[in-house]
Write a protein that binds this ligand. Structure first.
Ligand code: SF4
Length: 376
């Protein structure tokens, strides 16, 4: 266990390890202030807050994995409108569900969501599991999401630990154990569980996440409006921006996608992505991926381009960039009309009428291309 400031280390160590009086008082202050703030000053409005229906909580939590609340909000509302019950979602066809998900990214979340909706409907007679273990066993659900559903839907005593919680705890208690290491994770989870306000675990979990999202934010935290300020170690030691600590730096890979929008009469070629890669199950145009940015003249020398056996000149339309967590996707879009729609190189896809492109699920970068070029 590591604490930032040697002067405060003994107290905090005792607080967590042995529950001594000084540490207990520090913890009690935290929980009391947090709950009081939640009931008197927390004005964060989100439609799934105070929700008790496990289907709606589950849906919101799946959407919010790796997505900010404001970005996820319209998706949540669209899903609830289209599928007000888990049975309705289970009965939907995949393409419709992917279309609503379009733009949220991390499409394996959508795939797992559908699988879970069908599992609960078919195998559990539509009844959501009511224990932490039962929820955790569902596809696409990790400890954080299971704790959130267990406490919000059923009031079970499970503390949530997400990025907001790591930040609030690291700063308030002055902990600099890396949040992405096994020891740090255990420390934060144990501490969060110990702090949990037992009469109302749902309120506690909601409060700490909201405090992290609105007050104790990563940049420019509003310490002067924070109910924890009086006993916050990071604030008192002027170390707010140093916490929390991560051991590993995120490695971001750059990828170069060259999309050929192949046109034949009023149709375009669309193919489905498969394999273990980003955008699995979504559609795209004819793709030539290169390991660096290439000019159109270099593109025409690639085997994938030659396989098309086309003579017409490529027309460059637009360059687009999409930032994913671990990858930067740099896409070049070219347009080309072709005379032979049955060339052997075209497999795993189909010719789609331009007016029907709206019915197909595409990744965000292709949706941007279609919108900017008036296909939608
Ligand atoms: S005082 Fe500042 S750093 Fe400490 S918990 Fe509050 S907002 Fe976060």
């Amino acid at each position: 266990m590591q604490f930032l400031n040697k002067k405060i280390q003994p107290n905090l160590g005792l607080c967590i390890l042995r529950g001594m009086e000084a540490g207990k008082a520090h913890q009690t202050f935290f929980t009391k202030q947090l709950i009081n703030w939640h009931h008197t000053a927390n004005d964060r409005q989100l439609p799934w807050k105070a929700e008790k229906n496990p289907y709606k909580i589950w849906l919101s939590e799946i959407i919010l994995q790796q997505t900010r609340a404001q970005q996820g909000l319209p998706y949540y509302l669209n899903f609830i409108k289209a599928y007000p019950t888990i049975g309705k979602m289970a009965a939907a066809n995949d393409e419709d569900v992917y279309r609503i998900w379009q733009g949220l990214g991390y499409y394996n979340r959508c795939r797992n969501m559908l699988a879970t909706a069908r599992y609960i409907t078919d195998e559990l007679k539509g009844k959501f599991p009511q224990t932490y273990e039962g929820i955790l066993a569902l596809k696409g659900i990790g400890p954080y999401t299971a704790a959130a559903i267990a406490s919000f839907a059923y009031g079970l005593l499970h503390a949530v630990v997400d990025g907001n919680v790591y930040r609030v705890l690291a700063r308030y208690f002055g902990i600099d154990s890396p949040t992405d290491g096994a020891a740090g994770k255990k420390l934060f989870h144990d501490l969060a569980q110990e702090l949990l306000y037992q009469p109302d675990s749902a309120a506690h979990n909601q409060a700490i996440m909201d405090l992290g999202a609105t007050v104790c934010t990563p940049q420019k935290p509003q310490c002067d409006a924070c109910p924890l300020q009086k006993q916050c170690v990071a604030y008192r030691q002027d170390m707010v921006m140093l916490l929390p600590v991560r051991a590993k730096k995120l490695k971001i890979k750059e990828r170069h996608f060259n999309y050929l929008l192949l046109k034949h009469k009023d149709k375009v070629w669309v193919q489905k992505r498969s394999g273990k890669d980003i955008w699995h199950n979504l559609h795209e145009f004819y793709l030539i991926e290169t390991d660096k940015a290439v000019a159109a003249s270099d593109l025409t020398t690639t085997p994938q381009y030659k396989a098309l056996k086309i003579k017409q000149k490529l027309t460059h339309i637009i360059s687009l960039k999409q930032q994913l967590t671990h990858q930067t996707i740099l896409s070049q879009f070219y347009e080309i009309s072709i005379t032979n729609p049955h060339t052997e190189a075209l497999t795993g896809g189909k010719w789609v009428a331009i007016k029907d492109l709206k019915k197909i699920a595409f990744p965000k970068t292709i949706v941007s291309f279609l919108e900017k070029n008036f296909y939608f």
